[in-house]
Write a protein that binds this ligand. Structure first.
Ligand SMILES: [Mn+2]
Length: 348
Protein backbone atom coordinates (compact mmCIF):
# COMPACT_ATOMS: atom_id res chain seq x y z
CA UNK A 1 0.00 0.00 0.00
CA UNK A 2 1.35 3.42 -0.89
CA UNK A 3 2.23 5.58 2.09
CA UNK A 4 -0.38 8.16 2.98
CA UNK A 5 0.53 11.81 2.54
CA UNK A 6 0.71 12.34 6.31
CA UNK A 7 3.11 9.38 6.61
CA UNK A 8 5.35 10.83 3.94
CA UNK A 9 5.16 14.27 5.57
CA UNK A 10 6.27 12.81 8.91
CA UNK A 11 8.95 10.68 7.23
CA UNK A 12 10.49 13.78 5.67
CA UNK A 13 11.03 15.19 9.19
CA UNK A 14 11.91 12.09 11.16
CA UNK A 15 15.63 12.85 11.43
CA UNK A 16 15.14 16.44 12.55
CA UNK A 17 15.97 17.67 16.02
CA UNK A 18 13.29 20.33 15.83
CA UNK A 19 10.83 21.74 13.29
CA UNK A 20 10.22 25.41 12.53
CA UNK A 21 7.16 26.49 10.55
CA UNK A 22 7.18 29.47 8.21
CA UNK A 23 4.47 31.03 6.09
CA UNK A 24 3.70 34.04 3.90
CA UNK A 25 3.94 37.68 4.93
CA UNK A 26 1.19 38.89 7.31
CA UNK A 27 0.01 35.39 8.18
CA UNK A 28 -3.74 34.92 7.78
CA UNK A 29 -5.97 32.53 9.76
CA UNK A 30 -5.43 29.66 7.31
CA UNK A 31 -1.66 30.05 7.57
CA UNK A 32 -1.70 30.37 11.37
CA UNK A 33 -3.96 27.40 12.03
CA UNK A 34 -2.12 25.24 9.49
CA UNK A 35 1.12 25.87 11.34
CA UNK A 36 -0.60 25.06 14.65
CA UNK A 37 -2.09 21.84 13.32
CA UNK A 38 1.10 20.57 11.72
CA UNK A 39 3.12 21.48 14.83
CA UNK A 40 0.66 19.41 16.89
CA UNK A 41 1.07 16.51 14.47
CA UNK A 42 4.88 16.70 14.59
CA UNK A 43 5.02 16.98 18.38
CA UNK A 44 2.61 14.10 18.90
CA UNK A 45 4.06 11.74 16.32
CA UNK A 46 7.76 12.60 16.26
CA UNK A 47 8.19 13.97 19.77
CA UNK A 48 10.38 16.88 18.67
CA UNK A 49 9.95 20.54 19.62
CA UNK A 50 8.40 22.96 17.15
CA UNK A 51 8.15 26.70 16.74
CA UNK A 52 5.88 28.92 14.69
CA UNK A 53 7.01 32.10 13.00
CA UNK A 54 5.51 35.19 11.48
CA UNK A 55 6.83 37.28 8.60
CA UNK A 56 5.75 40.85 9.26
CA UNK A 57 3.14 41.97 11.75
CA UNK A 58 -0.32 40.51 12.15
CA UNK A 59 -2.58 43.50 12.41
CA UNK A 60 -6.06 42.66 11.16
CA UNK A 61 -8.30 42.78 14.25
CA UNK A 62 -9.76 39.29 13.73
CA UNK A 63 -6.33 37.77 13.18
CA UNK A 64 -4.92 39.47 16.27
CA UNK A 65 -7.87 38.21 18.28
CA UNK A 66 -7.18 34.73 16.94
CA UNK A 67 -3.52 34.90 17.99
CA UNK A 68 -4.47 36.16 21.47
CA UNK A 69 -7.47 33.92 22.17
CA UNK A 70 -5.80 30.77 20.84
CA UNK A 71 -2.55 31.73 22.53
CA UNK A 72 -0.40 31.25 19.42
CA UNK A 73 3.28 31.81 20.11
CA UNK A 74 4.93 33.38 17.05
CA UNK A 75 8.61 34.24 16.61
CA UNK A 76 9.37 36.98 14.06
CA UNK A 77 11.10 35.00 11.32
CA UNK A 78 13.95 37.51 11.03
CA UNK A 79 14.78 36.92 14.71
CA UNK A 80 14.98 33.14 14.46
CA UNK A 81 18.35 31.67 15.35
CA UNK A 82 18.60 28.64 13.13
CA UNK A 83 20.17 25.54 14.60
CA UNK A 84 21.84 22.41 13.30
CA UNK A 85 19.50 19.53 12.57
CA UNK A 86 16.48 21.77 12.42
CA UNK A 87 13.89 21.30 9.66
CA UNK A 88 11.90 24.10 8.04
CA UNK A 89 8.32 23.51 6.88
CA UNK A 90 6.55 26.10 4.75
CA UNK A 91 2.77 26.23 4.93
CA UNK A 92 0.12 28.13 2.96
CA UNK A 93 2.89 29.51 0.75
CA UNK A 94 5.65 28.38 -1.57
CA UNK A 95 9.31 29.40 -1.82
CA UNK A 96 9.89 32.71 -3.61
CA UNK A 97 6.26 33.82 -3.69
CA UNK A 98 5.20 35.62 -0.55
CA UNK A 99 8.36 37.17 0.98
CA UNK A 100 10.15 35.00 3.47
CA UNK A 101 13.14 36.16 5.46
CA UNK A 102 14.94 32.86 5.44
CA UNK A 103 18.55 34.05 5.33
CA UNK A 104 20.76 31.48 7.02
CA UNK A 105 17.93 28.96 7.39
CA UNK A 106 18.37 25.26 6.68
CA UNK A 107 16.86 24.11 3.36
CA UNK A 108 13.09 23.66 3.35
CA UNK A 109 12.10 20.06 4.13
CA UNK A 110 8.40 20.27 3.31
CA UNK A 111 5.82 22.52 1.65
CA UNK A 112 2.09 22.21 2.33
CA UNK A 113 -0.03 24.68 0.40
CA UNK A 114 -3.10 25.28 -1.79
CA UNK A 115 -2.16 28.38 -3.83
CA UNK A 116 -2.54 28.39 -7.63
CA UNK A 117 0.53 30.50 -8.13
CA UNK A 118 3.45 28.15 -7.91
CA UNK A 119 6.79 28.81 -6.28
CA UNK A 120 10.21 27.23 -6.58
CA UNK A 121 9.67 23.74 -5.15
CA UNK A 122 12.38 21.83 -7.01
CA UNK A 123 14.43 19.59 -4.75
CA UNK A 124 12.14 19.90 -1.72
CA UNK A 125 11.78 16.41 -0.18
CA UNK A 126 8.07 16.63 0.61
CA UNK A 127 5.58 18.73 -1.35
CA UNK A 128 1.80 18.66 -0.98
CA UNK A 129 0.34 21.50 -3.02
CA UNK A 130 -3.32 21.07 -3.91
CA UNK A 131 -4.90 24.09 -5.52
CA UNK A 132 -8.25 22.30 -5.72
CA UNK A 133 -8.62 22.87 -1.98
CA UNK A 134 -10.05 26.00 -0.44
CA UNK A 135 -7.72 26.02 2.54
CA UNK A 136 -4.39 24.62 3.67
CA UNK A 137 -6.13 23.81 6.97
CA UNK A 138 -8.25 21.24 5.13
CA UNK A 139 -5.06 19.38 4.18
CA UNK A 140 -3.91 19.57 7.80
CA UNK A 141 -7.23 18.22 9.09
CA UNK A 142 -6.89 15.28 6.70
CA UNK A 143 -3.38 14.55 8.05
CA UNK A 144 -4.62 14.59 11.64
CA UNK A 145 -7.46 12.24 10.74
CA UNK A 146 -5.10 9.87 8.92
CA UNK A 147 -2.91 9.79 12.01
CA UNK A 148 -5.84 9.31 14.39
CA UNK A 149 -5.21 12.54 16.27
CA UNK A 150 -8.08 14.59 17.73
CA UNK A 151 -7.35 18.33 17.82
CA UNK A 152 -7.92 20.28 21.02
CA UNK A 153 -10.78 22.78 21.16
CA UNK A 154 -8.33 25.60 20.55
CA UNK A 155 -6.77 23.96 17.52
CA UNK A 156 -10.15 22.96 16.10
CA UNK A 157 -11.36 26.54 16.55
CA UNK A 158 -8.31 27.86 14.72
CA UNK A 159 -8.64 25.45 11.80
CA UNK A 160 -12.38 26.07 11.58
CA UNK A 161 -11.75 29.81 11.34
CA UNK A 162 -8.90 29.23 8.88
CA UNK A 163 -11.15 27.31 6.50
CA UNK A 164 -14.11 29.62 7.03
CA UNK A 165 -12.15 32.77 6.16
CA UNK A 166 -10.72 31.19 3.02
CA UNK A 167 -14.16 30.19 1.79
CA UNK A 168 -16.22 33.17 2.92
CA UNK A 169 -17.89 34.50 -0.18
CA UNK A 170 -16.04 32.08 -2.42
CA UNK A 171 -17.67 28.67 -1.82
CA UNK A 172 -16.80 27.60 -5.35
CA UNK A 173 -13.14 27.61 -4.36
CA UNK A 174 -13.94 24.80 -1.92
CA UNK A 175 -13.75 21.12 -2.68
CA UNK A 176 -15.17 18.03 -0.98
CA UNK A 177 -12.09 17.87 1.28
CA UNK A 178 -12.92 21.30 2.71
CA UNK A 179 -16.48 20.24 3.46
CA UNK A 180 -15.25 17.03 5.07
CA UNK A 181 -12.77 18.97 7.20
CA UNK A 182 -15.42 21.44 8.37
CA UNK A 183 -17.88 18.69 9.27
CA UNK A 184 -15.15 16.87 11.18
CA UNK A 185 -13.92 19.82 13.27
CA UNK A 186 -17.17 21.73 13.84
CA UNK A 187 -18.21 19.64 16.87
CA UNK A 188 -14.73 20.11 18.38
CA UNK A 189 -14.53 23.89 17.92
CA UNK A 190 -15.28 26.38 20.67
CA UNK A 191 -18.15 28.38 19.18
CA UNK A 192 -17.92 31.12 21.77
CA UNK A 193 -14.25 31.69 20.98
CA UNK A 194 -15.04 31.59 17.28
CA UNK A 195 -17.64 34.32 17.73
CA UNK A 196 -15.15 36.46 19.63
CA UNK A 197 -12.64 36.12 16.78
CA UNK A 198 -15.21 36.80 14.04
CA UNK A 199 -16.49 39.90 15.80
CA UNK A 200 -13.15 41.24 16.98
CA UNK A 201 -13.31 44.88 18.01
CA UNK A 202 -11.82 47.42 15.65
CA UNK A 203 -9.36 50.26 16.26
CA UNK A 204 -10.25 53.84 15.29
CA UNK A 205 -7.69 53.74 12.45
CA UNK A 206 -9.84 51.12 10.70
CA UNK A 207 -12.64 53.61 10.11
CA UNK A 208 -10.28 56.33 8.89
CA UNK A 209 -8.73 53.87 6.46
CA UNK A 210 -12.12 52.77 5.21
CA UNK A 211 -13.25 56.36 4.64
CA UNK A 212 -10.05 57.14 2.74
CA UNK A 213 -10.56 54.02 0.62
CA UNK A 214 -14.12 54.98 -0.35
CA UNK A 215 -13.16 58.57 -1.12
CA UNK A 216 -10.36 57.40 -3.41
CA UNK A 217 -12.15 54.63 -5.27
CA UNK A 218 -12.32 55.01 -9.06
CA UNK A 219 -14.31 53.01 -11.57
CA UNK A 220 -12.72 52.01 -14.86
CA UNK A 221 -15.43 50.16 -16.77
CA UNK A 222 -15.82 46.78 -15.01
CA UNK A 223 -12.91 47.45 -12.63
CA UNK A 224 -12.84 49.50 -9.45
CA UNK A 225 -9.55 50.58 -7.88
CA UNK A 226 -9.18 52.16 -4.49
CA UNK A 227 -5.95 54.10 -4.08
CA UNK A 228 -5.15 54.54 -0.41
CA UNK A 229 -2.32 56.91 0.46
CA UNK A 230 -1.86 55.70 3.95
CA UNK A 231 -3.06 52.23 4.87
CA UNK A 232 -3.05 52.08 8.67
CA UNK A 233 -2.34 48.35 8.41
CA UNK A 234 -1.59 46.20 5.36
CA UNK A 235 -4.41 43.69 5.76
CA UNK A 236 -6.98 46.47 5.48
CA UNK A 237 -6.45 46.27 1.69
CA UNK A 238 -8.16 42.87 1.71
CA UNK A 239 -11.06 44.14 3.80
CA UNK A 240 -11.54 47.05 1.39
CA UNK A 241 -11.67 44.88 -1.76
CA UNK A 242 -14.04 42.47 -0.05
CA UNK A 243 -16.44 45.39 0.31
CA UNK A 244 -15.81 46.89 -3.15
CA UNK A 245 -16.32 43.65 -5.07
CA UNK A 246 -19.91 43.66 -3.88
CA UNK A 247 -20.50 46.83 -5.95
CA UNK A 248 -22.99 45.69 -8.57
CA UNK A 249 -21.43 47.57 -11.50
CA UNK A 250 -18.02 45.86 -11.45
CA UNK A 251 -16.50 42.39 -11.87
CA UNK A 252 -13.04 43.27 -10.56
CA UNK A 253 -11.88 45.18 -7.49
CA UNK A 254 -8.38 46.22 -6.50
CA UNK A 255 -7.09 48.07 -3.49
CA UNK A 256 -3.62 49.57 -3.83
CA UNK A 257 -2.57 51.12 -0.57
CA UNK A 258 0.68 52.57 0.66
CA UNK A 259 2.04 51.04 3.84
CA UNK A 260 5.56 52.06 4.76
CA UNK A 261 7.67 51.78 1.62
CA UNK A 262 5.32 49.29 -0.03
CA UNK A 263 2.30 49.45 -2.24
CA UNK A 264 0.09 46.68 -0.86
CA UNK A 265 -2.25 45.09 -3.41
CA UNK A 266 -5.39 43.09 -2.94
CA UNK A 267 -7.65 41.89 -5.74
CA UNK A 268 -11.05 40.22 -6.00
CA UNK A 269 -13.14 39.15 -8.95
CA UNK A 270 -16.57 37.68 -9.54
CA UNK A 271 -15.71 36.67 -13.12
CA UNK A 272 -16.45 32.95 -13.44
CA UNK A 273 -13.40 31.89 -15.44
CA UNK A 274 -10.91 34.24 -13.82
CA UNK A 275 -7.50 33.31 -12.53
CA UNK A 276 -6.85 36.32 -10.32
CA UNK A 277 -3.61 35.03 -8.78
CA UNK A 278 -1.95 34.45 -12.12
CA UNK A 279 -3.32 37.69 -13.57
CA UNK A 280 -2.00 39.80 -10.71
CA UNK A 281 1.33 37.99 -10.85
CA UNK A 282 1.62 38.95 -14.54
CA UNK A 283 0.50 42.52 -13.91
CA UNK A 284 2.99 43.07 -11.11
CA UNK A 285 5.80 41.25 -12.93
CA UNK A 286 9.19 42.37 -11.77
CA UNK A 287 7.82 45.41 -9.97
CA UNK A 288 7.12 43.21 -6.95
CA UNK A 289 5.44 39.99 -5.90
CA UNK A 290 1.92 38.62 -6.21
CA UNK A 291 -0.03 35.42 -6.02
CA UNK A 292 -3.33 33.92 -5.03
CA UNK A 293 -6.32 31.95 -6.14
CA UNK A 294 -8.99 32.06 -8.87
CA UNK A 295 -11.03 34.87 -7.36
CA UNK A 296 -8.66 36.38 -4.82
CA UNK A 297 -5.12 37.62 -5.09
CA UNK A 298 -2.65 39.76 -3.23
CA UNK A 299 0.72 41.31 -3.81
CA UNK A 300 3.16 43.97 -2.94
CA UNK A 301 5.32 46.44 -4.85
CA UNK A 302 8.28 48.08 -3.09
CA UNK A 303 8.31 51.84 -3.71
CA UNK A 304 11.71 53.25 -4.73
CA UNK A 305 11.36 56.09 -2.19
CA UNK A 306 8.66 57.82 -0.22
CA UNK A 307 8.15 60.82 -2.49
CA UNK A 308 4.77 61.58 -4.01
CA UNK A 309 6.37 61.39 -7.46
CA UNK A 310 7.63 57.84 -6.94
CA UNK A 311 4.23 56.81 -5.71
CA UNK A 312 2.48 58.40 -8.68
CA UNK A 313 4.82 56.72 -11.17
CA UNK A 314 4.27 53.29 -9.61
CA UNK A 315 0.52 53.83 -9.47
CA UNK A 316 0.40 55.00 -13.08
CA UNK A 317 2.30 51.94 -14.26
CA UNK A 318 0.13 49.61 -12.21
CA UNK A 319 -3.09 51.21 -13.50
CA UNK A 320 -1.88 50.93 -17.10
CA UNK A 321 -0.97 47.26 -16.67
CA UNK A 322 -4.22 46.40 -14.90
CA UNK A 323 -6.34 48.01 -17.60
CA UNK A 324 -4.37 46.25 -20.30
CA UNK A 325 -4.63 42.85 -18.60
CA UNK A 326 -8.38 43.25 -18.24
CA UNK A 327 -8.81 44.63 -21.80
CA UNK A 328 -10.17 47.94 -20.55
CA UNK A 329 -9.55 51.07 -22.57
CA UNK A 330 -7.35 53.73 -20.91
CA UNK A 331 -9.86 56.15 -19.48
CA UNK A 332 -10.10 58.60 -16.65
CA UNK A 333 -11.59 56.83 -13.69
CA UNK A 334 -15.02 57.81 -12.43
CA UNK A 335 -15.23 58.37 -8.71
CA UNK A 336 -17.32 55.90 -6.72
CA UNK A 337 -18.40 58.78 -4.51
CA UNK A 338 -18.55 62.17 -6.24
CA UNK A 339 -16.12 64.77 -4.95
CA UNK A 340 -18.96 67.25 -4.60
CA UNK A 341 -20.78 64.81 -2.34
CA UNK A 342 -17.67 64.30 -0.20
CA UNK A 343 -17.29 68.07 0.21
CA UNK A 344 -20.98 68.54 0.86
CA UNK A 345 -20.91 65.92 3.60
CA UNK A 346 -18.13 67.81 5.31
CA UNK A 347 -20.09 71.05 5.33
CA UNK A 348 -23.19 69.70 7.01
MN1 LIG B 1 -4.62 29.70 2.54
Amino acid sequence: MAARRSDRFLASLKNSGSVTFVTHVHADPDALASMMGLAFLVEEKLGVPTRLTRDGPISRAENRAMVELLDIDLVPVEEVEWTQGEAVVMVDSQPNTGRHNLAGAPPIAAVVDHHDTGGDITGIPFVDVRDSLGATCSIVVSYLREQGLAPSGQLATGMMYGIETELAGYPREAGPADEAALIHIYPLADRDMLARIRNARLPQSYFGGLLQALQNAFIYDKLIISWVDDLPQPELAAEIVDALIRFEEVDWAVCAGVHGRNLILSMRTTAADARAGELLQKVVGRMGRAGGHDRRAGGNIPLPNDTAAAMETTRGELRKRLLKALHIEETRGQRLVKKSEILENLQT
